[in-house]
Design a protein around this ligand. Sequence first.
Ligand SMILES: [Zn+2]
Length: 320
Amino acid sequence: MPTCIICGHAHTSSTYYTAKEMMFGMRDTFTYFECEHCGCVQIVAPPEDLSKYYPQTYYSYHATPLVDPPLKRFLKTQRMNFVLTGKGLIGRLMYQLTGVPDILKWMKHSSLNLDSKILDVGCGAGVFLLELHQLGFKHVQGVDPFLESDIFYNNGVKIWKKELKDMTDTFDLIMFHHSLEHISTPHAYLEIARKLLTPNGVVLIRVPLAGTFAWKHYGVNWVQLDPPRHLFLPTVKSMYLLAEQCGFEIFKTEFDSTEFQFWGSEQYLKDIPLNDLRSYSKNPEQSIFSSADIAAFRARAEALNCEEQGDSACFYLRKI
Ligand SMILES: [Zn+2]
């Protein structure tokens, strides 16, 4: 009888779900169950060797550091200063014209400044870190044990091929962008993160969420179930339990789901893998969706986020 990865509740129900690998269209099947206590949807037994499901094409192992033209960079920096400090006329105008990109929301809600130390866990080639560096955050690092080797960019951004437990520095912000659900020991990772965090530091976790519309509506065809790479899909309740068990409180939650939950899941219903040539992500013109369909999906995602039913969210944690 499996027990819940988050809350430890024993699964007594006879209900199990059989789901297929559909990112690459391998169609290998895996069994998942939904915790009767916290609602976390999770794999019964991860494959012994997951590497088959992370082929070279899964990761971009190296990114090109962003170098915006000077004017664009100036305007982005002004906007960031306004978002972080509330000061600056040009930044205010940019903010009013363009809104706030997610990356700035993460920094603002984490109460950071340009001297803050930031770590991205499971960062791949470090796309977010490169953007943060360009915005003026100088102390940004990444860690990802699945890289081929360390990456040291010319601009000073460092990405370590390491486990989180092997990091020795301390950080004001530790981020997990859609990486925690790939980990079989989330408690251990959060406990390590807690040790690496400065006293007022923040852990930011972005994860797909079970218990929401997309899981209820699409079930095993929900694109973010992503078997077998996603070992568990927490609910909001699961996230609160996990945070508390690891000595954190969640002080803010933002639903950030997108149209992906609709077009990806609709493709799976029609047996079209994510990386198929007919997939919207590969070939929008050849996909089964019109631009009007995608716009409607986007509007529905925004509505779901307002109702706290979007299929992903960003959680902000601090130590208790
Ligand atoms: Zn549970």
